[in-house]
Design a protein. Sequence first.
Length: 202
Amino acid sequence: MAPAFAGVIGRGHDHWIPDLDNASIPHRVQRLLEGHWPRLGMPSTLQGIVIGPTLTTNHPGPIQFGLLAPAYAASGERGLGIALGSAVLNALVVLTMVVLAHRRRGPAFAAVVAVGVLLLERSMTTDLLADPFNPYASILPLAALGLITWSAAAGDRVAYVPLGIVSAFVAQAHLSGTVPGLALLTIGGVGAIWSEFGAPTW
């Protein structure tokens, strides 16, 4: 979890100000805090590249803005609050992975998962771990969703809420995550119902 917060410290040291696509995120979060919940996510480059310039396209949903809102508000609505919120979300995802891994197969498996997460974080760099840009913000949640789905399908009730939140985040934040997010939510949900009715777990 520390690498994500190191990214926030680095951005604070560099007096980071959101620009380009990231510049629209504080604006959308601000609108949400004012009571205007956005209906869609960030604009998508699918427009103009794949389907032509006449149709406006967006990523599916605004859940990222809602999850970033508390940190943004707590920071005094500064741009750095968006980076802090992104780091907190990634840290919570990592914590969820390690806890569920321990519940599934014990401390040895949890250690293996923790090492795997550290290697993934190293490949991303601390800067990306605090980056709100939606393709980067989706990486750790998507990696975690497989483990969360397994846990939920095995009947671990601790995984039910993370399954709903993380699958929604993955499905909404970026178009590339919509199909896997919904598919894993379905698998985890069906498995959870199956388990609740006393079927064998795995």
